[in-house]
Write a protein that binds this ligand. Structure first.
Ligand code: GBH
Length: 516
């Protein structure tokens, strides 16, 4: 009887611990960190660097930034990149995602004048990474185009397609020999809708309704042109991969029977760019809704511009991987006012959250680990099982050094990632932490921190400090296994439910034992 009892109790524990998930990172899944030029570099006027839209915007309208700050110095990565490379090497990350500042390479915005200093800075940075066994992953554009280009209309002027391609050719020529992964453009849906339809991000032009789609249209053309240029002029010798990065949330319906709203929300957020690239042309739901609403608003033509069949074919297939930035999820429902023929937004969706989701320091970032797995599976199913690079994933707080919540976030999200990869076969080959350093968080200034390394922004030397999450990551990287959140952290739901179940089963067993 006693042996039996021991057997039952130990099986409860064993089933508790041996979850059905393989928590080991497969060999082909490389782990890295991500940053962006304006958010980290500083040196905004070093040598001949030109002014970009974020320099101009933060200097002219400081009140639009939460703490009235800017990226003039930021993390001073421009001067401290060697120190950062050592940190990344010691932690054991496989790759480093950085972006290039267009106006540091082309002070006049255009290709007539190339900055030797700009090229040299990135060459030094990238060769330093390679010398330390860290793979460079390079974005050509993370929101900071030259102000002079903006004066000429920025992303709303179709000529930017050629200007961007000229800039890209210089990067491929100078840096392409060292770089195997390029991202053309980071999160166009954010800078197109917020930069050309609101004052949330530079250039902050209120071209409501029309501007965002015009921007998106030129982004897709510019991306495709650069992709084809890489194919024609560089791929044979450089043999790299090139794609675009989009942020995509998971969407859950408020009403379980609503099987339309989640996909509609996804199409307006991600399909806007990924449908033309992976499937061909804008998503049907965007075309029908924007056409219909534009007509009701009295426009003579749809606010969503159309591609010719030639452009549709030219854009389709221009990605060697699906670049995904993922942070959070949303609850969605149809806007009830549409029943009365009131159209408040093009997508016609109300976004809320589930009250059980815990929050970060950032208003839109709720912790919903299962949403990560969902979005990976949706990409696999909807876009033909592409290679996926997760190029950003992270959590914000107020800057605590004992950042248990950040570790819990990474633990729970990575577990979902491993389920999607090891169980469901999602082809994820890169995963990047956003971010290695606390940095300039756009309109939130330095008030929100995403780093696993803290930066002292009050100190001119911008000292770096390891947070607990960096130390946790170091262990994960050295074992290539997802490790439990350190003990002193509050038990998570899983631990609680496991303990309660174990107690119940044991009492039931005792009950029978006594009355037998
Ligand atoms: C990333 O974008 C950026 O690429 C990176 O530069 C940035 O530092 C990082 O996020 C952290 O913010 O629900 O209407 O309030 C994330 C893009 C922008 C996606 C805001 C979610 C919510 C808009 N996110 N968006 S809303």
């Amino acid at each position: 009887m006693k042996t039996w009892r021991i057997f039952v109790i130990s099986s409860i524990f064993i089933t508790g611990y041996c979850q059905d998930v393989n928590l080991t990172f497969p060999e082909h899944l490389k782990l890295g960190v991500a940053t962006a030029s304006y958010q980290t570099e500083g040196a905004w006027n070093a040598n001949d660097k030109g002014v970009n839209v974020w320099d101009f915007w933060t200097h002219k309208y400081p009140s639009l930034i939460a703490d009235e700050s800017n990226g003039d110095v930021a993390c001073d990565t421009y001067n401290k990149y060697k120190e950062d490379v050592q940190i990344i090497k010691n932690l054991g990350f496989n790759f480093f995602r950085l972006s290039i500042s267009w106006s540091r390479i082309l002070p006049s915005g255009l290709a007539n004048e190339i900055s030797k200093d700009g090229i040299q800075y990135y060459k030094n940075f990238i060769t330093e990474l390679i010398a330390n066994d860290i793979e460079p992953v390079v974005s050509l554009y993370h929101w900071d185009h030259p102000q002079v280009i903006e004066e000429m209309g920025g992303w709303t002027n179709e000529l930017i397609v050629d200007w961007f391609a000229d800039y890209a050719r210089i990067i491929f020529t100078e840096l392409g020999p060292y770089v195997k992964i390029f991202t053309t453009i980071n999160e166009p849906q954010i800078f197109c809708s917020q930069g050309y339809g609101s004052v949330k991000t530079a250039p902050g032009k209120l071209l409501q309704d029309v501007g965002p789609y015009l921007c998106g249209h030129n982004v897709l053309k510019a991306h495709a042109k650069v992709y084809h240029m890489y194919d024609d002029e560089f791929r044979a010798t450089q043999r790299g991969q090139i794609g675009m990065a989009l942020s995509a949330s998971s969407h859950y319906p408020l009403d379980a029977d609503d099987n339309v709203s989640p996909d509609t929300a996804f199409q307006f957020e991600c399909g806007w760019f990924m449908n033309p690239i992976f499937i061909g042309d804008y998503p049907e739901i965007m075309k029908t809704r924007i056409d219909m609403i534009s007509e009701r608003q009295g426009y003579s033509e749809s606010r969503l511009p159309r591609f010719t069949p030639e452009w549709i074919a030219y854009i389709k297939g221009t990605a060697d991987y699906f670049g995904l930035n993922h942070y959070s999820s949303k609850i969605v429902e149809p806007d009830p006012e549409e029943e009365f023929n009131v159209y408040n937004t093009d997508e016609g969706i109300i976004h809320t959250r589930n009250s059980t989701w815990s929050m970060s320091a950032t208003s839109w970032l709720w912790v919903v680990p299962e949403g990560f797995g969902n979005v990976l599976r949706k990409i696999k199913n909807d876009y033909g099982d592409p290679t996926i690079f997760v190029l950003e994933n992270g959590y914000s707080d107020e800057g605590e050094l004992d950042d248990y919540h950040r570790i819990e976030y990474y633990y729970s999200y990575l577990k979902e990632l491993l389920i999607a990869v090891n169980r469901d076969g999602c082809k994820v080959e890169r995963y990047a932490v956003w971010s290695i350093l606390d940095n300039f968080e756009w309109s939130e200034g330095y008030t929100k921190k995403f780093g696993i390394i803290g930066v002292d922004f009050d100190n001119p030397s911008r000292n770096r400090t390891y947070k607990l999450s960096a130390k946790w990551w170091e262990k994960v990287l050295h074992t290539r296994t997802l490790l439990e959140v350190p003990r002193s952290s509050a038990p998570n739901n899983y631990t609680w439910s496991f303990m309660i179940t174990a107690c119940c089963i044991m009492s039931v067993f005792n009950y029978f034992h006594i009355f037998r």
